[in-house]
Design a protein around this ligand. Sequence first.
Ligand SMILES: Cc1cc2nc3c(=O)[nH]c(=O)nc-3n(C[C@H](O)[C@H](O)[C@H](O)COP(=O)(O)O)c2cc1C
Length: 186
Amino acid sequence: MSEKKIGLFVGSLRKGSYSKVLAHFIEGLSSEVFSYKMIEIGDLPLYNQDFDDHGPVPDSYTRFRDAVKLLDGFIFITPEYNRSVPAVLKNALDVGSRPYGHSVWSSKPGAIISDSPGIYGGFGANHHLRQSLVFLNVFPMQQPESYLAKINSSINEQAEITSDSLKDTLVSFVEAFEKWVKTVQA
Ligand SMILES: Cc1cc2nc3c(=O)[nH]c(=O)nc-3n(C[C@H](O)[C@H](O)[C@H](O)COP(=O)(O)O)c2cc1C
């Protein structure tokens, strides 16, 4: 089996982001069969259709769209902002979805991990994101779902995951996702 390239999209730009720590851990689960790499989304200007209709198209849009086209699947790792998807992540979805008819998201497997220091684990963001992914014709993994509550109690100030059970949860999630990729691509 050839190497599958999976992009990790993190819904936080914060230096000390818990979501980034989770993404780094998943990068470390890369193998000869599946590689996991974070894709930069913080340099994408807010989507403005005039860029695509009249130009110039920002270089960062082109770089991002080209990078996403090469991927075999996506994992979104995101906090919740005001019970929804952080703007930076929604913006990346929007940038990749245009120009009309040239979306770079379509027909590929995806999965969502939401996390929060709060008790609901980013449930609202998770499901708002799922709604957009369905529209974009991404195939989001149904099970297992992942709502990581009280995430701050499992990550220390050195950005290390201190909970073995969280590590096990992430490993199981990624194993399930790899099966899902094979199912979608069969
Ligand atoms: C603008 C804003 C809105 C937020 N809204 C929510 C929310 O609706 N639900 C929630 O659980 N946490 C909310 N939070 C708290 C975040 O979950 C918390 O800041 C988290 O650490 C952000 O993720 P990160 O560590 O990956 O940056 C919000 C934070 C910000 C800055």
